[in-house]
Design a binder for this molecule. Structure first.
Ligand SMILES: [Zn+2]
Length: 484
């Protein structure tokens, strides 16, 4: 068993003692047993409950889920859709026309499965979205091999900012309160939610030979950017002033990011690369003075370092393992977190590589093209391997907003980007989740990333004014898990 499995599957004694136990009886086909247990646990854990699973012969359940009417005496009964078993065992997708809508408190929420009597099956709807079933049952991918936002239910139903699984959890919470249970929602230290800034370091230096060639030959001499003459000359002046300045923009950017977050009493996770295996990777030395000083300043400021695996590592066991070992040696402590370069992630390969390599936390699962909730939640959960039909020990802290998404894919300006991020933070606050935000160390490069630094500084300021914690992923997750 990988180290991550051991660390995450065992709850601490303190966690177990603090949780409220609920007796749950499932009367579901065998094929649905594991996924139903996993997702019920994912729904209940943030509310401070621990599931105690009863055998099918046992009565006196607090919660009942399944097709057997015999145990309707349970204090809480979840609606059960019989067709969910067929979807799971045949690995097929839910048809868009099967999606119905529930009106909860005047808001419309998508429901993917309903019982014969028309009750929402929150359990089946939740596992479908949370374990990435739609990614598994969709063949189309973009040119980087990624599941595309346009193929998602979120896009087709126009609900990019609807964390449906968190909505289901609210329904479950209300049912438990109505049945007399006391709910103790997990917290993030002093606050009910948290902001987790993260930085992917794809490059350590802006003016590499290839970049100089692009600027001087392709852009300035050949005009490949199709800028008018005055635009080309302005760009040439910007290039000249960046090129002759002391230090490098991308290194300065990393230092300033750490300063700005530190000045807000926050910490962040810095994802470093430790390998390069193709045109989509730029190698940088981990044993040089800059990285050494960076690691020291991160440690002093309470920041964490995670692995940003090389482009092909999402499918390559040796790359993944070797890069983690290399980074561990440089940092001198266990690397807990991982985020895939280009968000390249496939089920089950990448998921298993993370678990086998010993990572505890992944924070890859956001869309490249749209901010929001790829697995329909902003709350951490343990990932499930649908092919092996079992939970893994890796926690997902879902990525919600990436700078490149806002500026390059959605073509927002600084104001629009700040507004979009603020809207996502509103939802994370409402559902007690973690707003995982991703920046690159290209901030303050007004030549190629205009407005990005403004988005970063205004967002950090907003988080501080909202009185929320600003935390690296590992320490945030630890605080949340130990909060009861
Ligand atoms: Zn990257």
């Amino acid at each position: 068993m990988a180290r991550g499995d051991l660390a995450c599957q065992r709850r601490t004694r303190r966690e177990d003692e603090a949780m409220t136990r609920v007796r749950i009886r499932l009367d579901v086909p065998d094929s649905l047993l594991n996924v139903s247990r996993w997702v019920i646990d994912a729904l209940l854990y943030p509310l401070g409950f621990e599931a105690v699973w009863l055998d099918s012969g046992e009565h006196d359940a607090d919660i009942h889920y399944g097709g057997n009417d015999a145990d309707k005496s349970a204090r809480v009964v979840f609606g059960f859709a019989a067709n969910a078993a067929e979807v799971y065992s045949r690995r097929c997708a839910v048809d868009l026309t099967d999606v119905t809508w529930a009106d909860w408190g005047g808001e419309r929420w998508p429901v993917l499965f309903r019982s014969d009597r028309g009750e929402p099956d929150l359990v089946a709807s939740a596992w479908y979205l949370l374990c990435g079933w739609q990614e598994m049952t969709t063949q189309a991918r973009d040119d980087k091999g990624r599941f595309r936002y346009e193929d998602s239910l979120q896009s087709k139903l126009s609900i990019p900012l609807v964390p449906a699984v968190d909505g289901y959890r609210e329904q479950v919470k209300q049912m438990l309160i109505d049945a007399g249970f006391q709910v103790r929602q997990r917290r993030w230290g002093d606050a009910s939610w948290v902001v987790c800034p993260t930085v992917d370091v794809d490059y350590l230096k802006k003016w590499r030979p290839g970049m100089v060639y692009r600027e001087v030959v392709q852009n300035l001499a050949l005009g490949r950017r199709d800028d008018p003459l005055h635009g080309r000359l302005k760009r040439a002046r910007q290039f000249a002033s960046q090129f002759v300045r002391r230090g490098d923009l991308y290194r300065d950017s990393l230092r300033r990011i750490i300063e700005v977050i530190g000045a807000s009493d926050g910490t962040a996770t810095i994802f470093l690369k430790a390998g390069a295996h193709g045109p989509h990777d730029v190698a940088y030395p981990l044993d040089g003075g800059f990285v050494c000083r960076l690691v020291t300043s991160c440690r002093e400021a309470g920041f964490e370092i995670g692995l940003h695996p090389s482009y092909f590592a999402s499918q390559h066991p040796d790359y993944m393992r070797r890069e983690r070992i290399l980074l561990t040696d440089v940092v001198g402590e266990t690397i807990r977190s991982v985020r895939q370069h280009y968000l390249r992630y496939s089920i089950p390969t990448t998921l298993r590589l993370h678990a086998e390599s010993g990572f505890e936390i992944d924070s890859t699962l956001g869309f490249a093209e749209h901010e929001g909730f790829r697995r329909c939640t902003c709350v951490p959960y343990r990932l499930f391997d649908p092919y092996a039909d079992k939970a893994t020990g890796v926690w997902e802290m879902p990525l919600t907003v990436m700078d490149g998404t806002l500026f390059n894919r959605r073509h927002l300006g600084a104001d629009g980007a700040v507004g979009a991020t603020s809207q996502v933070m509103d939802l994370c606050e409402r559902f007690g989740g973690c707003a995982v935000l991703l920046w690159h160390n290209v901030l303050w490069d007004e030549m190629d990333a205009p407005g990005w630094a403004q988005h970063f500084e205004r967002t950090v300021t907003e988080a501080r004014h909202r009185g929320v914690g600003i935390s690296a992923l590992g320490s945030a997750l630890d605080a949340w898990r130990q909060s009861l």
